[in-house]
Design a protein around this ligand. Structure first.
Ligand code: SAM
Length: 570
């Protein structure tokens, strides 16, 4: 089925179903309609139907149902063949066919990120963690500036932090924005408390000189707000108690330093490993970055960090704002605040959690410190997840001078060392929204670098899928040489693992040992000697003929590859 006739049939079916009081399954018809429109490249109509399908599936199945999630992904990626396999297969022109009514939003489509942040802010406040609570309320009010409740909460939090002037001005903003009398009463009361403390401080400064004047101001100012508090339904006894209470003087130093540290991301975390190896500070043109605090050698551990959370691979295909909100919901308010201070290149275009996650996810981990390391296509360090300790590691790939920026590659293996600059830039700009200017991409080097990386690309494209024998070994040698020439010092170990396997297949045990040793040494340097991949390389080196480690050992005719080695310099 396809085209105009089918779409008209779908419209008629939905109208008849609705007229007949049957309110299920319209979403399924709309999925077909969206697919038809995608096939004819009518993206506007496709979006119209995909939205209808999504809203109906959410209403009928729940927004966390795989079919609703799938509909959302289809809505977000109409041209992607993963979601619409038939996209653009037919001729255009279907936009006039739509259904004659609209579907209202369901309550479950509220912003899950805001709900979580608000809950965590309240939690921090209730645990007397006012600095974090204030930061989270401030974050919320920046996203939703017309919501007076956040200002009301900020006013109270400033009061707890003894920041009277801020408490007063937040209460004033709450008064401007809050509609309900009960909220207004709270705002008056808080402003009154703040002013009293503020005036006490002023009175303490010059109170001896003009005590009567200060008392008059105090009485007048407090009275006005207290009057409003009472007339807005505030408790009279509370107002009286407030009016008669005298509080200690204002302490301007309280908590300010801690807040500044949190905001500038300068706090070091408990398990951030070798603190002396690097520091996070602003770069010239790419936000924050990590810089070596001492000279580092290839193989040195720079950082080990427990992820804030991980998304397992099965989950990663179904990430939605709601599933991410559930992850963020498990964090402490302080960790949530730290996450919210991470870079978000998506700004308000997408849900705040999705923006932060997409900008900062490394592999499957979201991390606070690793997230500050910038990208290079010729990195001097790499990140790797160490499953046994459940920590993400950053390890030096080259020697790094004190003061030099430490960079890692956001792209993996052949996506970086076997792709020319333009292809890398495409991914980096669409996913991370920056134009890379690393040594492999800058104007002075990119042509030379492109020549090498294109050659690697070609070598691998021209090899048969079932790789084996001399040709493959020569391809591996050439690739490692080109990578090295191009200043790319990761992943050679992985290629050497393949080389060892080829040699084992042909029963060339001497060559097998040569490559297995190279693989082991490189995996140790890049991943650590306790990494499962390094341990596996060691076992392979120790047991080259064992099929557990080389399943293809001696499976093909015996051959010698002793003449194929890497140059001595490597
Ligand atoms: C994981 S964050 C890295 C830390 C970030 N600079 C910060 O201030 O928190 C990724 C973002 O940093 C910036 N970035 C990373 N590497 C870069 C590079 N080579 N050139 C320009 N911007 C880069 C981009 O905005 C990117 O989306």
């Amino acid at each position: 089925m396809g085209g105009r006739k089918a779409l008209l049939a779908i419209v008629r079916t939905i109208v008849l179903m609705k007229e007949d009081g049957y309110f299920a399954d319209a979403g399924e018809r709309a999925v077909d309609a969206a697919a038809i429109c995608a096939g004819h490249s009518d993206w506007e109509s496709c979006e119209y139907w995909a939205k209808f399908a999504y809203e109906n599936r959410v209403a009928e199945l729940g927004d966390d149902h795989p079919l609703a999630i799938c509909a959302l992904q289809t809505l977000e990626n109409p041209r992607n063949r993963k979601y619409h396999p038939q996209a653009s297969f037919k001729s255009r022109g279907l936009s006039s066919v739509t259904i004659p009514f609209t579907v209202t939003k369901t309550p479950s489509m509220t912003d899950p990120a805001l709900e979580v942040i608000k809950k965590k802010a309240d939690e921090a406040f209730n645990k007397n963690n006012y600095v974090v609570a204030l930061s989270l309320y401030t974050f919320l009010s920046n996203i939703d500036p017309d919501n007076g409740i956040y200002h009301l909460n900020m006013s109270l939090t400033h009061l707890r932090l003894q920041r009277w002037a801020d408490a007063s001005s937040e209460a004033t903003k709450a008064l401007e924005l809050c509609k309900l009398t009960v909220h207004k009463a709270k705002a008056y009361f808080r402003r009154c408390q703040a002013k009293r403390e503020l005036l006490d401080e002023l009175g303490a400064l010059d109170g001896l000189k003009i005590p009567l004047f200060n008392q008059a101001i105090r009485a007048n100012s407090l009275n006005i707000d207290l009057e409003h508090f009472v007339s807005s339904g505030g408790d009279f006894g509370t107002a009286l108690a407030e009016a008669s209470r005298l509080r200690r003087a204002y302490d301007p130093t309280s908590s300010v330093g801690e807040l500044a540290d949190l905001l500038s991301g300068k706090l070091h975390f408990a398990d951030s490993g070798s603190k002396l190896a690097y520091e996070i500070r602003p770069t010239k043109d790419r936000g924050l970055g990590a810089f070596a605090m001492k000279p580092l050698r290839r193989g040195d551990f720079i950082l080990e960090e427990t992820p804030i959370f991980r998304i397992d691979s099965a989950e990663s295909d179904y990430i939605t704002s709601r599933s991410l909100a559930a992850k963020f919901d498990q964090l402490s308010p302080t960790d949530l605040f730290r996450c919210l201070s991470l870079s978000n290149v998506w700004h308000s275009e997408i849900d705040v959690f999705e923006g932060i996650y997409n900008t900062n996810v490394f592999g499957q981990s979201l991390l606070l410190e690793v997230s500050r390391f910038n990208h290079s296509c010729s990195p001097n360090a790499r990140y790797t997840y160490h499953e046994p300790s459940k920590k993400e590691r950053i390890i030096a790939l080259t020697d790094i001078a004190e003061g030099e920026e430490i960079s890692i590659s956001y792209l993996q293996s052949r996506d970086v060392y076997a792709r020319p600059c333009s292809e890398r830039q495409q991914v980096l700009s669409s996913r991370y929204r920056f134009c890379c200017q690393c040594t492999a991409c800058d104007d002075a080097n990119f042509e030379k670098s492109d020549r090498r990386r294109r050659e690697i690309q070609k070598i691998w494209e021209s090899l048969p899928t079932a790789m084996g024998g001399r040709k493959a070994l020569l391809a591996i040698v050439r690739t490692i040489v080109l990578m090295e020439e191009d200043g790319y010092f990761a992943d050679a170990g992985e290629l050497a693992v393949d080389a060892a396997a080829i040699c084992a297949g042909h029963s060339d045990w001497e060559s097998c040992e040569y490559w297995a040793k190279f693989a082991y040494e490189n995996r140790v340097a890049e991943l650590g000697d306790d990494h499962p991949l390094a341990i596996c390389a060691l076992r392979t080196l120790e047991n080259p003929r064992n099929r557990k480690y080389h399943p293809q050992a001696s499976m093909v005719p015996r051959k010698s590859f002793k003449d194929i080695r890497l140059p001595q310099s490597l």
